[in-house]
Design a protein around this ligand. Structure first.
Ligand SMILES: Nc1nc2c(ncn2[C@@H]2O[C@H](COP(=O)(O)OP(=O)(O)OP(=O)(O)O)[C@@H](O)[C@H]2O)c(=O)[nH]1
Ligand SMILES: [Mg+2]
Length: 302
């Protein structure tokens, strides 16, 4: 039997649906999803099997014009993911169409796309009329020589099978890179921290989610099969701490409950989750915070 295996990077503007697509391909939620931009911060690998092919999907942070250190490190991680991949899939949001941001990504692809296959996936087709899609596909293909174009809805699943099928035939011949039953290449303590960050992002407004980070401090296995997990939420200001805690601690309580329930479902066992909020004015300039997130601190240097 000849097997195939390779890396497929999912790139695109923030909020295009990259993480939603990764999760659907893998069949489990390994990358967090919110309606807000800049949800994903680092490269997250999810593994999907299709026949004799193993497709390692690499979810990346959204591509945008970086202004701050964290932005720059995120964007560098995204382009790095594309540069390391066998196949790149550019996700475009159907209703937003050809934005300036997309034009900039197409420019970036002139370099990174050299010598590798780049496919186009127009996502969220459930939101637009079919005629719009054909025009958009034409415009994008005029600007970049995509090897294939797919019309998909990552959320509803339309067109996703066809994309996976195609990718399975495009990854190079070779041995599988992960055990057949592995779905993610991310330590469990990081997945757990991401789940809490997702719940916080969903509940908090404006800039706050950007200015916080979550780290798993301790993970203790208990004799009864459960696990006790301690996490720290770093914020930059005293005022932010108050907002994260909420009136009488109700915000953090709700976040903790939602994150715990999701973790329990993911792991199939009982979890005791303890969250603590710490004010750390400079965490956005601390190398250790970046390595905990899976980012390269140096990439944030100007
Ligand atoms: N209607 C519709 N919504 C979708 C679809 N795919 C994703 N979404 C929604 O789009 C939003 C963004 O999805 P994400 O998967 O977090 O997007 P992302 O590209 O990973 O975003 P960043 O990590 O911020 O770069 C979420 O609210 C999703 O539920 C789709 O096919 N149709
Ligand atoms: Mg994402």
């Amino acid at each position: 039997m000849s097997t195939r295996a390779g890396f497929v990077a999912l790139i695109g503007e923030p909020n295009a649906g990259k993480s939603t697509l990764l999760n659907r391909m893998v069949g489990a939620k390994v990358s967090i999803v919110t309606h807000k931009v800049q949800t994903t911060r680092a490269r997250i690998r999810g593994v999907a099997m299709e026949g004799d092919s193993q497709i390692v999907f690499v979810d990346t942070p959204g591509l945008f014009q970086p202004r701050r250190r964290l932005d720059r490190a995120m964007v560098a991680a995204a382009w790095g993911g594309a540069a390391d991949a066998d196949v790149v899939v550019l996700l475009i949001e159907a209703q937003r169409g050809l934005t300036e941001g997309v034009e900039r990504i197409l420019e970036g692809l002139q370099d990174i796309g050299q010598g590798r296959k780049v496919a186009l996936a127009i996502n969220k087709i459930d939101r637009v009329q079919a005629e719009v899609l054909l025009g958009l596909s034409q415009k994008l293909n005029d600007l970049y020589p995509f090897v294939e174009t797919f019309m998909i809805s990552a959320e509803k699943g339309h067109g996703v099978e066809a994309l996976r099928h195609w990718l399975a035939s495009e990854v190079p011949e070779g041995p599988w890179l992960y055990p057949e039953d592995q779905i993610a290449d991310l330590p469990m303590r990081m997945i757990a921290a991401e789940m809490t960050r997702e719940k916080l992002t969903l509940r908090l407004h404006q800039e706050l989610p950007y200015q916080l980070t979550v780290e798993t401090e301790a993970w203790e296995e208990r004799k009864d099969g459960s696990a006790k997990i301690d996490q720290l939420i770093y914020v930059v200001r005293d005022g932010h701490k108050g907002i994260v805690l909420g009136n009488k601690g109700e915000t953090i309580k709700a976040v903790s409950k939602a994150a715990r329930e999701e973790l329990e479902e993911f792991l199939g066992r009982k979890i005791h989750l303890f969250l603590q909020v710490k004010v750390r004015p400079n965490w956005l300039d601390e190398a250790e915070r970046y390595s905990e997130m899976g980012l390269d601190f140096k990439d944030g240097n100007t």
